[in-house]
Design a protein around this ligand. Structure first.
Ligand code: DGP
Length: 114
């Protein structure tokens, strides 16, 4: 998608502080962090929202969580704990329409979320 910010991060046209990459997903630090660690894990393939995930994307979505697990281990959050969040559409607060898993940690989280 030529007009998608996260596709431009995948292609390298927009810089990002990348901390994880494999053939299918990347992880990079959020521009507007909401916790000491705030990383976004995205598929290289453009998928706009959770509603657009297809049966053929099952393994890809699993890879997003495995990447989050690896990043959490790398930054020392596995034992302390961390939160993963994926917002879908406007009422959930989705602002970038290329699916992304927020990985948040490094502080105590509250529940329910706002
Ligand atoms: P969401 O509200 O769930 O769609 O989250 C989008 C997140 O993406 C938000 O926390 C800010 C982040 N973000 C938006 N544009 C950029 C960017 O160009 N670079 C980086 N690193 N993060 C971005």
């Amino acid at each position: 998608m030529t007009d998608c910010i996260f596709c431009k991060i995948v292609s390298g046209d927009i810089p990002a502080e990348k901390i994880f990459e494999n053939d299918h997903v990347i992880g990079f630090r959020d521009l507007n962090p909401q916790a000491p660690t705030h990383v976004l894990v995205i598929p290289k393939k453009h998928i706009s929202t959770i509603n657009d995930i297809k049966d053929e994307d099952k393994a890809l979505v699993g890879e997003m969580f495995l990447a989050a697990q690896q990043i959490a281990a790398d930054v020392g959050l596995s034992g302390r704990g961390y939160r993963t969040v994926m917002n879908c559409n406007e009422e959930a607060g989705q602002t970038v329409f290329h699916i992304h898993l927020h990985l948040l940690g490094g502080r105590a989280m509250t529940w329910p979320p706002g």
